[in-house]
Every structure is written in structure tokens, then in C-alpha cells.
Design a protein around this ligand. Structure first.
Ligand code: PLP
Length: 398
């Protein structure tokens, strides 16, 4: 039979491949530091206590149904989400210059943004090097051309700030820049507020278009407002911009696909038109975003007490990760492991970009069954009191 579909086998996604390898590993004390999902102090997935409560409320709500949402999704969820990232007193909100639509989590919000930009602002998209593995795939799939800006300085294990500024200056006017709102994936390094100000100033002078990917609000500092500082600064500078939000991590709702896309524009009129275009794109892709997870977030954010409880749950996650950073560095120092490991504690969010190279990563996996990505990114949430001892990690022998 002729191969009329002319299919070739697509290589497996590296993260899911690694996860599969780890799952197949029969060694009992293997350590999975690959996937970006929170684990509690016993290494188990954590359903946030406040999410459990919201689920119980929803289950007992006699008015709850499984009706279709409108194309824009759950409006009440959208309103809460946009206030969370912009702040309740944001000028974009009071001047009604925004439009928010529900999306299939952060990935879906990125894809929707990419489709929108491909149609209405088909400029080159600059993504950080390195970045979340899906960025280049999503923007390329939408038909946009993608280039990189340097972000990581491997020698200093820090932000490659000067080179980043050079790229902002040298990129053609009107280019799109994908920026991580906080807790940069994979490096765990965010620009300081002073650095963000400079980045915004250059972008403004070159009419560059910011697209903020906000997948970890609350995970960088444990403080939702602090983590949204960069986005809010850009709004104050009067940019037209897009913001993708994910509630996978900060609500632990990974499989429920809760997220949204917000556009900020110079006028209410433009915002209204943009919403109609978002909805048109939604109609021919997903028609309606999923209801359950967004409803859970809506229940929590609509109630002052539950909102406060969520913030406390979020702090539990952020603090445990931060503690693991300290313990890991303590262990490395006690063992007199060559090198300066201070970058692990100065990095924030779910990930640490260790600086370990591919050969070291492979050796650690082969000898000690510790799984991290090829470029040495570890999900700090995979560490806990039970597996961080030097023998568990094999770091004594590195
Ligand atoms: N953006 C970044 C930077 C991420 O790291 C992730 C997830 O790892 C996402 C977006 C999307 O996550 P989700 O689709 O689960 O919300």
C-alpha cells in the first residue's frame, strides 16, 4: 500500500519522554525532578485544601449544571483572573481598556494569543533563550517567525541583562517579545524592578509589543502582588499588550485546564473589537473552555475567606520550595561540592537551573536515578525532607 499520508514518526516531547523514563524506573528511591508540578513534603501531588472546599460547595450547589459557557468562557472567573494579575485598581480596568477570555489553561492562552497575533500583528516573535519548551512550538505553529533573545548567562549563572537589552534595541520596531511575568521557566531568574523598568523603557521607545506569560503568579515570592509587578508596570507605561494566565500551578489544577487571555488596548473600542476576535478564534478551535476548574477558581476568589485561605495555601507551596533550595545548597556546601551554588537560592519559583551540563545530568540519572531535564533544570518541588539527604541525591559523588 502506498504511504499516501506520508507520515513520519514525531519524536517524543522531551519532558514527557523523561517522565515516562522515570515512571518506568523500578528503583524505589528514584527522584523525579523533571516535571513542573508541585509535590508536598511527602512527594505526593497536593490538592489544595481550599480547592477541596470549593469542590464540596460546587457539588452541593443545586443550580450547578453542565450547560455550555458563552464563547468568552466563565465571565465571573475572567473578572477575578484579570483583577488578580492587574490589581483591582488598575487603570486598564477602570478605563475599560481590557478584554479577557477564558482559555484552555496557560498553553491554550498562549496558543490563542499566537493565533491572534498571527492574524492582526504578524511580526517576529522573540522568545527568551532558554524558555518554556512550548513557546517556539506554539508561535511557529501559528505561522509566526520566532527568534531568541539571550536570557541566561551560563558563566555567571545569572540574567544576561546587557545582551538582552541589546536585542531589545536591535530588534525591528514593532517586534513581539514574550516575557515571563515571574518565576522564569526554566532559569528561575527574574529581572529586578529596576531592570524591568529599563526593559519597558526600551520596548516603549522601539514600539515593541509585550506578551506576558504568567504561569506562576504567587510562586516566585509567595506574594501575588509582588509577582505581578512587572505586568502592572507595563500597563502603567501604556502598552498595548497581551497576558496569558495559568491557574495550573497556583491552584494545583493542572488537569482541569484553567486559564485565560487578557488583551490591554489603548481604547475601549479596540478592546471590544479584540474580544470579538478572540471569540471568533475560540469558536473555531475549542468553542467553549472547560467549566469545572474555572468554577472552582471563581468560588474561591469570590469569597473573601476562601481567597485568604488560598493565599495561605500558596504560601505553603512557595515556602516549602524555598526551604528546599536552602537545604540543597547547605548539603552541597557541607559536602564541599566544587563550585558556587548560591544561584540555587537566588533563583525563584518552581525551577532551578543548576548549571549542570548534559553529561553530568546523564551521569546523575544513570547512577543515582535522579531525573532532571537535559539542560540541568530541576523542579525544586520534587525535593522533600525524605529525599534531599546527600545520599539520596548522589551529590556526594558528583
Ligand atoms: N507558560 C509557562 C512559562 C509554563 O511554564 C507553563 C507550564 O509549564 C505554561 C505556560 C502552561 O501551563 P498550563 O498549560 O498547564 O497552564
Amino acid at each position: 500500500q502506498t504511504n499516501y499520508l506520508n507520515l513520519s514518526l514525531q519524536p517524543e516531547d522531551p519532558i514527557f519522554k523523561l517522565l515516562g523514563e522515570c515512571e518506568a524506573d523500578q528503583v524505589v528511591d528514584k527522584i523525579n525532578l523533571s516535571v513542573g508540578a508541585y509535590r508536598d513534603s511527602s512527594g505526593k501531588p497536593w490538592v489544595l485544601p481550599v480547592v477541596k472546599k470549593a469542590k464540596a460547595i460546587l457539588l452541593n450547589d443545586p443550580s450547578a449544571s453542565h450547560e455550555y459557557s458563552p464563547l468568552e468562557g466563565n465571565k465571573c472567573f475572567n473578572e477575578h483572573a484579570v483583577k488578580l494579575v492587574l490589581g483591582v485598581n488598575s487603570i486598564a480596568i477602570t478605563e475599560k481598556r481590557y478584554s479577557t477570555v477564558q482559555a484552555v489553561s496557560g498553553t491554550g492562552a498562549n496558543r490563542l494569543a499566537a493565533e491572534f497575533l498571527a492574524k492582526f500583528k504578524p511580526a517576529t516573535v522573540y522568545i527568551s533563550n532558554p524558555t518554556w519548551g512550548n513557546h517556539s512550538k506554539i508561535f511557529t505553529a501559528a505561522g509566526l517567525s520566532v527568534l531568541e533573545y539571550e536570557y541566561w548567562n551560563p558563566k555567571m549563572r545569572s540574567l544576561n541583562y546587557e545582551v538582552l537589552l541589546d536585542t531589545l534595541n536591535e530588534a525591528p520596531i514593532g517586534s513581539i517579545f514574550v516575557l515571563h511575568a515571574c518565576a522564569h521557566n526554566p532559569t528561575g531568574i527574574d529581572p529586578t524592578q529596576a531592570q524591568w523598568k529599563k526593559i519597558a523603557a526600551i520596548m516603549k521607545s522601539k514600539a515593541q509589543f509585550p506578551f506576558f506569560d504568567c504561569a506562576y503568579q504567587g510562586f516566585a515570592s509567595g506574594d501575588l502582588d509582588k509577582d505581578a509587578w512587572a505586568v502592572r508596570h507595563f500597563v502603567e507605561q501604556g502598552f498595548d499588550m497581551l497576558i496569558a494566565q495559568s491557574f495550573s500551578k497556583n491552584f494545583g489544577l493542572y488537569s482541569e485546564r484553567v486559564g485565560c487571555l487578557t488583551g490591554i488596548f489603548s481604547s475601549t473600542e479596540l478592546a471590544k473589537k479584540a474580544k470579538s476576535q478572540f471569540c471568533a478564534l475560540i469558536r473555531c478551535s475549542i468553542s467553549n473552555a472547560p467549566g469545572f476548574g474555572a468554577k472552582i477558581v471563581e468560588i474561591v476568589l469570590s469569597d473573601e475567606k476562601m481567597h485568604a485561605e488560598w493565599v495561605a495555601n500558596l504560601k505553603t507551596m512557595a515556602s516549602r520550595i524555598s526551604l528546599m533550595r536552602e537545604k540543597l545548597v547547605d548539603n552541597l556546601r557541607q559536602l564541599q561540592t566544587p563550585g558556587d551554588w548560591s544561584h540555587i537560592t537566588s533563583q525563584v519559583g518552581m525551577f532551578s537551573y543548576t548549571g549542570l551540563n548534559t553529561v553530568q545530568v546523564a551521569a546523575i540519572k544513570g547512577k543515582f536515578h535522579v531525573y532532571m531535564t537535559d539542560e540541568g533544570r530541576v523542579s525544586m518541588a520534587g525535593l522533600n525532607e525524605g529525599n534531599i539527604a546527600s545520599d539520596d541525591l548522589g551529590i556526594k559523588k558528583i
